[in-house]
Ligand binder design. Structure first.
Ligand SMILES: [Zn+2]
Length: 108
């Protein structure tokens, strides 16, 4: 999972570099130019995807740290075991289903 996330991040980085290069080649400097707006939009989308990938990478690293210290698979709220099905679906889960639901419900 970590290797995949790193690879995805690298791919997004080079896609972003391509957009920047394309913008330079097209000599688009004016943000009010329709072409410039398209490039800015593409760049913003790539940055959002990269932010997602970085967040996922951080979650994976945190899960690996929990594996190393022996707390992996335990709910961060109550300390009870997280159901294997939940971990299979979401290996970076930090809480059991019950506490994940409560957390969502109590979020302001
Ligand atoms: Zn729990």
């Amino acid at each position: 999972m970590r290797a995949e996330a790193v690879q995805r991040l690298a791919g997004l980085g080079s896609a972003r570099a391509d957009v920047v290069d394309a913008a330079r080649d097209a000599n688009v400097d004016d943000e009010h130019d329709p072409e410039g707006a398209t490039i800015a939009f593409e760049r913003a989308q790539l940055e959002a995807l990269a932010a997602d990938a970085r967040g996922q990478l951080a979650e994976i690293d945190a899960a690996l740290a929990r594996l190393a210290d022996g707390t992996y698979g335990r709910c961060a709220v109550g300390g009870e075991p997280i159901a294997p099905g939940r971990l299979a679906a979401r290996p970076t889960a930090t809480t059991c289903m019950e506490h994940a639901r409560r957390h969502v419900r109590f979020r302001p």
